[in-house]
Ligand binder design. Structure first.
Ligand code: GLN
Length: 451
């Protein structure tokens, strides 16, 4: 039975992914072999894992042993992962079936998956539009019904933005809840792996599998800290600044939701978190500094196939990095190197760290009084492919998603309502390890009828 199910998914991918281009690689043989193995287990009356038979896709910046780990970059075009990421070990142990790896913006830098060095992914809701980024391949694969569950990574919104643009569910967990072992890091202090799914229930299921302590990532915690169940009505704070500058259609859709929640008897108050207006510079300066350092290991020699070596090794590295990194990656490396040089470190990076602490405190203060914060996930609907080419414009699109990463708190996105073909995401942020309350409200919103 699993064999048939997986074959159907693979057929659909083969027929339709030529249009969407969600996948970088499809693991036909491995997926069918795993499905066969599960069928055998069933016939033998053996117990199956929590993810038995679920069709899964993995963002291609997460290591799967023996498979290409490209990060959608020419730098890693031929790099084969020598080990499994922690999350892959967990999925395998619970009998999930991995169907393939998905496209992303190069090294998870971007907001719409047009910045992959290989090809652009399209939005299944309307293929002239972007799927959001950087986990655009993962969200598109879920929205196109190619799979049940995908994993993405989220540094400043890369799970929630594509979930919102493709009309599916996504959650960035509390920092430290899911091990980053085997995730190609973008910004170590912000990155988290999380699920993108059709339903809130599947997101919960996947998170319960991948969360937990891992000795190989010392920022992780034991799962006891996370409470996935919550039965009650979380109190809600609407952050005024989340609506500043949002598109009219997004605001209208959000107000419709508030009306429904009011009728449902929720306690809702408006609050202000003033430092959110600086969230973009705080976020990007943090990213530039950590990203430039994370990229140092890619010298064009150590990972993947070596294209050429010049007589002078330094020149080789310069040339190879010049050839293989894309424009956005180079921009971030240069800016990051600049702001962390001794002369400017205090002025730029030091101030960024202080400002981040202020923002975190303000968010924590509001969350000490309310269970969750609520707002739209993105301030706009998806844009057309190629419409945004200016990097600053792209950075500004992240304004609503970066605060959760800067504060290390969980944030989920669940679709609500309909605007044309799109189903914009609603974002719910909770306290550290407050995933239970976030999921509770996501489930409530998922069930609301919209006429
Ligand atoms: N758009 C953000 C950036 O470019 C977020 C990326 C991410 O979450 N990986 O940094």
């Amino acid at each position: 039975m699993y064999y048939e199910r997986v074959s159907k998914f693979l057929d659909k991918i083969e027929k339709e992914d030529t249009k969407i281009r969600a996948f970088i690689e499809i693991y036909y043989d491995d997926a069918l072999a795993k499905a066969k193995e599960l069928d055998k287990k069933v016939n033998e009356g053996k117990k199956l894992g929590k993810l038995a038979g679920k069709a899964i896709a993995i963002k291609n910046n997460i290591a799967i042993k023996g498979k290409l780990l490209s990060c959608a970059s020419k730098m890693l075009e031929n790099y084969i992962a020598p080990y499994n990421a922690h999350v892959i070990e967990k999925i395998n142990a619970e009998d999930g079936i991995i169907l393939g790896s998905t496209n992303l913006d190069e090294f998870a830098c971007g907001s719409d998956t047009t910045n992959s060095a290989f090809f652009q992914t399209r939005n299944p809701l309307n293929i002239e539009y972007v799927p959001g980024g950087t986990s655009g391949g993962s969200a598109a694969a879920v929205a196109a019904n190619f799979i049940d569950i995908a994993l993405g990574s989220d540094t400043g919104g890369s799970i929630r933005c594509p979930a919102s643009f493709c009309g599916v569910v996504g959650i960035k967990p509390t920092y430290g809840l899911v091990s980053r072992y085997g995730l190609s890091d973008t910004t170590m202090s912000l990155d988290q792996i999380g699920p993108i799914t059709q339903s809130v229930n599947d997101a919960k299921l996947m998170l319960s599998v991948i969360a937990g302590k891992d000795e190989r990532d010392q920022t992780t915690y034991r799962t006891q800290k996370m409470k996935l169940k919550y039965s009650g009505k979380p109190s809600i704070a609407i952050v005024k600044e989340f609506l500043d500058g949002a598109d009219e259609q997004i605001i209208k859709n959000f107000h419709l939701l508030i009306e429904k929640l009011n009728i449902g008897g929720y306690n809702i108050k408006e609050v202000s978190i003033p430092t959110i207006k600086y969230a973009i510079p705080i976020y990007y300066l943090t990213v530039f500094a950590e990203f430039s350092s994370a990229m140092q290991k890619y010298d064009g020699l150590r990972y993947g196939k070596i294209d050429y070596i010049l007589e002078n090794i330094n020149e080789s590295v310069n040339e190879l990095r010049g050839d293989k990194f894309g424009l956005e990656v180079k921009r971030r490396i240069l800016l990051g190197t600049y702001i962390t040089t001794q002369e400017y470190q205090k002025e730029w990076y030091g101030k960024t760290l202080s400002a981040r602490a202020v923002l975190k405190k303000e968010i924590e203060f509001v969350l000490s009084k309310y269970d969750v914060l609520l707002g739209p996930t993105m301030s706009t609907l998806p844009w057309k492919i190629g419409e945004k080419s200016n990097p600053l414009e792209m950075y500004l699109a992240d304004i609503l998603t970066v605060p959760a990463n800067l504060a290390g708190i969980p944030a989920g996105s669940v679709p609500f309502g309909k605007v044309g073909k799109f189903k914009p995401g609603i974002q719910i942020l909770g306290n550290r390890f407050g995933e239970g309350k976030v999921f509770a409200l996501m489930e409530e919103i998922e069930m609301l009828e919209v006429e």
